[in-house]
Ligand binder design. Structure first.
Ligand SMILES: Cc1cc2nc3c(=O)[nH]c(=O)nc-3n(C[C@H](O)[C@H](O)[C@H](O)COP(=O)(O)O)c2cc1C
Length: 243
């Protein structure tokens, strides 16, 4: 059996901050389950702002010449993505949001990450982390789980997420990493699709996306080409699609 490939995508400006500490524990679980792991720091790449030109829908590629194809390729080569970011005013930081904006249109129309399984990781000072963690996990593939940690205490103020004394959180994170690899190796039968999947299959795909694209072939020529390549044109072939 081939080794499961996990990409650890850190969207924090800190290369070794709280988010990475929590992600490292998830990754520890992935490694202990036999996966190979590659780290990727969003801040190490040159990713420009989306210009909103919609050219990607027409041509299948972006107008900007930067590191996006490199990042996209690494994401697509993975079987699973552990994706993390801190909470900034209820959202991921701008670096991560910029990457998501650049991927978002083709992702919506052509289901870029149909194959990848994900764990979303978020840290904050005091705010809930589940919103950001869930957004990240759902954006980069099929969410297996989310995990978060709050890092500010009344006693110490802003605090680094400690490598020691967080045994419960660490054990939980390690177990999730193992679960991610297990679910990639032996996919659990999904008796109950997620609400997002139901919404996409029953409403968005048949009533919005497919009619819109097929009625405007020039505007969506890039999307059409990708659908043909992936075999999505005649059926909603979205399970296990190879990129
Ligand atoms: C610009 C900025 C905005 C932030 N906004 C929030 C916030 O809205 N709520 C919150 O609880 N923490 C907020 N924080 C705290 C971070 O989410 C928290 O310290 C996090 O653990 C940092 O992760 P990192 O070390 O991986 O960057 C903010 C921090 C910064 C720098």
């Amino acid at each position: 059996m081939t080794t499961v490939k996990i990409l650890a995508l850190n969207g924090s400006p800190h290369r070794a901050g709280n988010t990475v500490t929590l992600m490292k524990w998830v990754i520890e679980g992935c490694r202990s389950a036999g996966a190979s792991v590659e780290w990727m720091q969003v801040v190490d790449y040159n990713i420009g702002y989306c210009q909103g030109c919609m050219r990607c829908l027409r041509t299948g590629t972006c107008l900007l010449a930067d590191d996006l194809p490199l990042v996209r390729e690494k994401l697509l080569m993975s079987d699973g993505i552990v994706v993390g970011a801190p909470v900034y005013e209820g959202f991921p930081p701008a670096q991560m949001k910029t990457l998501m904006d650049r991927l978002t249109l083709l992702n919506l129309y052509t289901r870029t990450f149909a194959r990848q399984k994900t764990i979303g990781v978020a840290t904050s000072g005091v705010a809930p982390t589940s919103g950001v963690a869930r957004t990240l996990a759902d954006f980069f593939g099929h969410r297996v789980a989310i995990i978060g940690a709050k890092t500010t205490t009344i006693k110490h103020g802003y605090t680094r997420l400690s490598e020691v004394g967080n045994d419960r959180l660490r054990a939980q994170a390690v177990a999730l990493g193992q679960r991610l690899v297990d679910e990639i190796c032996v996919p659990r039968r999904q008796w109950l699709p997620t609400p997002i999947e139901v919404w996409f299959r029953l409403f968005l795909w048949p009533h919005v996306v497919k009619p819109l694209v097929t009625r405007h072939p020039e505007q969506f020529a890039g999307v059409m080409r990708i659908w043909k390549e992936k075999g999505m044109l005649n059926s909603l072939n979205i399970e296990g699609v190879q990129q």
